[in-house]
Design a protein around this ligand. Structure first.
Ligand code: SF4
Length: 242
């Protein structure tokens, strides 16, 4: 699996030590998450990433649900390299439901865990055909009954294709929520509930996209670029470096 390329971190003048940022009152990690601070984070993310969107290429709810299943333990970029051929060969749920597993495995191989993912997307397509007349259902309860579909995938599809607000708790949202101080829940479902309680419903879908974008562009897991982060004044991560 290819490693993601990152631009070099900003250089630091020789002889100057990395230092902890002085804490503004808003960034005090001991302060509880108050509404004004949460809304300021929501607004700042909106200014930083006004055009944030799902980066999985898709033209329908069916394509998005398949692409989202394939994105587990992979990257959107990698998934976008395999889905054109996959969807050209199996353009509908009924086509994928009848697919030969070995052929599907070959097509999705670069995304990793290809055997398990092939079974999941074929089985998911079979359920869509058998239980939903070939249409991806637009309700959480029905989506999570499809093979390979958890709440994260369901929220992606509901927000993107059905206009149903939801919080997507992927690895970036988990990491950024903890660093910013929004919530330290490390269980995705518990974090989803915590963010839904903190953030007004109309922001749920875009907040998810924007946190994911920030995690992919600035707040990296290993070397967050705190020195060039537009949320640094609000972030309550005690180890942030400037
Ligand atoms: S990059 Fe640093 S300052 Fe910005 S959100 Fe991440 S940890 Fe906080």
């Amino acid at each position: 699996m290819p490693t993601k390329k990152r631009a070099a971190a900003p250089s630091r003048p020789k002889g100057t030590a990395r230092r902890r940022a002085p804490l503004s009152e808003a960034a005090n990690p001991k302060r509880p998450a108050d509404r004004a601070w949460v809304l300021e984070i929501v607004a700042s993310l909106g200014r930083l990433y006004p055009d944030a969107h799902c980066e999985l290429d898709h033209r329908s709810a069916f394509q998005l649900i398949v692409a989202t299943i394939l994105s587990a333990q992979s990257t959107d970029k990698m998934v976008n390299t395999v889905t054109p051929a996959l969807f050209a060969r199996f353009p509908t749920p009924s086509a994928l439901a009848a697919a030969d597993l070995a052929e599907v495995e070959r097509l999705i191989h670069p995304t990793g865990f290809f055997r398990q993912k092939a079974r999941s997307i074929v089985s998911c397509a079979q359920s869509i055909v058998a239980d939903h007349g070939g249409q991806v259902p637009g309700a959480m309860e029905a989506l999570v009954k499809l093979r390979g579909v958890g709440r994260k995938t369901a929220n992606v599809v509901l927000g993107e294709c059905f206009g149903v607000p939801g919080v997507v708790t992927d690895t970036h949202v988990l990491r950024l929520s903890a660093r910013l101080g929004l919530s330290h829940e490390d269980d995705p479902v518990a974090l989803e509930q915590a963010l839904m309680a903190l953030v007004p419903e109309q922001h749920w879908t875009m907040l998810s996209h924007r946190l994911i974008w920030h995690g992919r562009r600035v707040c990296f897991a290993r070397s967050p670029r705190c020195g060039e982060c537009g949320l640094a004044d609000l972030c309550r991560w005690p180890d942030k470096i400037r």
